[in-house]
Every structure is written in structure tokens, then in C-alpha cells.
Design a binder for this molecule. Structure first.
Ligand code: PMP
Length: 406
């Protein structure tokens, strides 16, 4: 499929915003959805909307088959060894909260350490802050190199025999840094710690193999990888999940309920309390089929070359600071001298270009960068060099506009 054919599968891209062709450069916040995903979700509602697992009627069986079929697609997509290790959640945030509460709070004690990095998203910071407060454990940060990468020497210096949990993002949603999580997992394991990976920004863009990474937990969201909002995945190694208490309780996750005691279903269902996210999971399954049809390697190559093109094109722009390393995923975070990033985003929006401005749920990283906010353009499989050109031209005009007005 060429880029034109890919774009035609995303109906939302074919529109004008403020009188200009839409240039959507905010896929790190959420990606757009192709027809096969929209159709999978609407077919569920139109043809076989029904609750799963309990019903014996035909629609219920079809819904269960599709829902559980999506779990198998996820298993293959991340190469988990069994479907028992694939839990559907509301998203990466919920998945990370489950790990911090069900695993973290139950296993941590005073004197233990949780190690994260300065570049983490709030979803991979606050659950650990709370787990540390609840248990008396200490939260420690791996420092960043000047270019926004992590050195393994710093990981080794931070992780000690007291470290019980190391939690790191695979790809930064701000800097685009691709972290060596496989090597970090090795260091964590040498110290007897478990490795948690926030894969929210990696699964949409590159092939992930949880067995090769040898991580203990892995979290991601469907909506950043062409799937619906409100659904995501927690992968966990079976041996760990088996010994964990569920994070939520109620219907669906029980085996037997008595007046004062209850027992849980087997994995993975003991972690899925209540009516699950049926349409969402089915949509995620369709998104996986779609991404695999195009090929994660092709998607990665396309975005990587767009990021390189954008870096080349923009790096000479007067007054433009670009944050993060040269080798990066398709994310470009920047500031224009003397122009607030919200103003940059507003002016770009007037030209039909959607970029994000703010702290990107990474306030400790903003502190490290010594800024309160940045603007961010993020690329996905449907973006083109022509769109990067439009961004570059619009940024020059933005700079001129603010120089002349103020
Ligand atoms: N981690 C990272 C790196 C992210 O970019 C995001 C989403 N911005 C999250 C976690 C949280 O994902 P969600 O909001 O889908 O739960």
C-alpha cells in the first residue's frame, strides 16, 4: 500500500480545518482510525452487540469469540507466551496503576526502591509515587544525558540490591528517545527487580516482543495505534500474575461467591472485573490486523525518515529549539524563541495544522528541560513530507508574525 492508499483509509484526514487541508501532527496524543477499525466496532454494535462469557445465545457466543479472538491477536502482536498473560484494561494508565497497586503495594516495604526515569509520563510516575507513600519504599530517578537519552552506566549506578521495581518507557512521548529497555531489564533482573515497560508510544510504531525484551509487565493503549479509545492492555508474566490479587472486584472475575469469602477465576479473567470493554477490544484486534498488514517495520521506517526529514528541514530555523536526541521516533518537540507554545499551536491551527502544546503529561521532564511547556509535532503512518514542509513554512511565518507584532 502506498501513502496515498493508506491516507484514503482514514476518512477524517479528508477534510479542511480553518479553510486549509488538515495536517494532523498529533498522533502521539491519539492516532486517527482507519475504516477497518471503525467498521469492526460498528459491526459489533449493528450485528452482534451482546455481553460476553455468560450468554449461551448466538449473539453472546459471537461476541465472546470476537472478544477472545482479539486477545489472541494481542498475544501474537506482542509475542506473549499465552493468552493468560494478556489483560484488557481501560488503557496504559489503568494497566500501570494495576501493576503499582496489585504488584507494587503488595510486595514493597520500607527500604525497598522503585526506579524510574526523568522522562516518564505521569502515568508511569504517579502510581509509583503513591505506591512508595503507601509502603514506605523510596522512589529514585535515573538521570538523563544532555541529549535526552539514558546511559546504561547511569542505570547500573541507580539500581541497587534494594531495587524491587524498575519502570521505564520504551519511547518518550516528548523527546522521541528510544530507550534500551531490553538492556535495562537485564540490569533490573541482575538486582532481583521486576521490569515494567510503558509501551504506550512504542507499540503503535515498532515491533514489540515482550519475551525478547524479557520485561515482566508491559502496558499500552489501543487509541495510539489506530484502535478505539478506552481500551488497552496489561501484559504480565504468568508466574507474577498468578500470585497477584486483582485490582478490581465484582462480576465476571469470580469463580465462586459466598457470604464472606469469594474465589477468583483463572487468568486472565480474574483481572477483568465487570462487563469488559467488548467493542474496544474488537476494535483493537482490527487495528492490529491493519498495522500488521502494512507491517510494523514499514511504519517504523516511514516515521523515522519523516523525523529525519523534519529535523533536517527545521534545524536551521532561526529561534527554533528542538529537544531530544538525533536518533528518535517520529516525535518532534520544540519551542520558538519568545513565542509561547500555546500561541504556536493556535497559529498553526489557523493553518489547519494540529500540533500539541503543553507539558505533555511529563512535568518532571519539563523541569529537566527548564521549560514550562513545549509544542510537539508527532508523525504516524499517514503523514507525508509535504505535511512536514507545511509545518516548516508555517513555523517561519509564526516567528515572523510574533516578531513583527511584538
Ligand atoms: N505513557 C505514555 C508514554 C503516553 O504517551 C501516554 C499517553 N499520552 C500514556 C502513558 C497514557 O496513556 P493513556 O492516556 O492512553 O492511558
Amino acid at each position: 500500500m502506498n501513502i496515498k492508499e493508506i491516507r484514503q483509509l482514514f476518512p477524517i484526514l479528508d477534510q479542511q480545518v480553518n479553510g486549509k487541508d488538515l495536517v494532523y501532527l498529533d498522533s502521539s496524543a491519539t492516532s486517527q482510525k482507519p475504516f477497518p477499525v471503525i467498521e469492526a466496532v460498528s459491526t459489533y454494535y449493528k450485528e452482534y452487540n451482546s455481553n460476553v462469557h455468560r450468554g449461551v445465545h448466538t449473539l453472546g457466543t459471537r461476541a465472546t469469540d470476537q472478544y477472545e479472538g482479539a486477545r489472541e491477536k494481542v498475544r501474537k502482536f506482542i509475542n506473549a507466551s499465552s493468552i493468560e498473560e494478556v489483560i484488557f484494561t481501560r488503557g496504559a494508565t489503568t494497566a500501570l496503576n494495576f501493576v503499582a497497586s496489585s504488584y507494587g503495594r503488595a510486595s514493597l516495604k520500607q527500604g525497598d526502591e522503585i526506579v524510574i526515569t526523568y522522562m516518564e509520563h505521569h502515568a508511569n510516575i504517579i502510581p509509583w509515587q503513591q505506591a512508595a507513600k503507601a509502603t514506605g519504599a523510596t522512589l529514585k530517578y535515573i538521570p538523563l544525558q544532555e541529549d535526552g537519552t539514558i546511559s546504561l552506566a547511569d542505570v547500573e549506578a541507580t539500581v541497587t540490591s534494594n531495587t524491587k521495581i524498575v519502570a521505564v518507557m520504551q519511547v518518550s512521548n516528548v523527546l522521541g528517545t528510544i530507550n534500551p529497555v531490553k538492556e535495562i531489564a537485564k540490569i533490573a533482573h541482575q538486582s532481583g527487580a521486576v521490569m515494567v515497560v510503558d509501551g504506550a508510544q512504542s507499540t503503535p510504531h515498532m515491533k514489540v516482543d515482550v519475551q525478547d525484551l524479557d520485561c515482566d509487565f508491559f502496558a499500552f493503549s489501543a487509541h495510539k495505534m489506530c484502535g478505539p479509545t478506552g481500551v488497552g492492555v496489561l501484559y504480565g508474566k504468568k508466574a507474577l500474575l498468578e500470585n497477584m490479587e486483582p485490582a478490581e472486584f465484582g462480576g465476571e472475575m469470580i469463580d465462586f461467591v459466598d457470604l464472606y469469602e469469594s474465589t477468583w477465576k483463572e487468568l486472565p479473567w480474574k483481572f477483568e472485573a465487570g462487563t469488559p470493554i467488548i467493542a474496544g477490544a474488537i476494535g483493537l484486534g482490527a487495528a492490529i490486523d491493519f498495522l500488521e498488514d502494512i507491517g510494523l517495520e514499514n511504519i517504523y521506517k516511514h516515521e523515522h525518515s519523516l523525523a529525519e526529514y523534519a529535523l533536517d528541514k527545521l534545524s536551521g530555523t532561526e529561534g527554533l529549539t528542538i529537544y531530544g536526541p538525533k536518533e528518535r521516533a517520529g516525535i518532534l518537540t520544540f519551542n520558538l524563541e519568545d513565542v509561547h507554545p500555546h500561541d504556536v499551536a493556535t497559529v498553526l491551527d489557523a493553518e489547519g495544522i494540529a500540533v500539541r502544546a503543553g507539558h505533555h503529561c511529563a512535568q518532571p521532564l519539563m523541569k529537566w528541560l527548564k521549560v514550562s511547556a513545549t509544542a510537539r509535532a508527532s508523525f504516524y503512518l499517514y503523514n507525508t513530507e509535504e505535511e512536514v514542509d507545511k509545518l516548516a513554512d508555517a513555523l517561519i511565518r509564526t516567528k515572523e508574525y510574533f516578531t513583527n507584532v511584538f
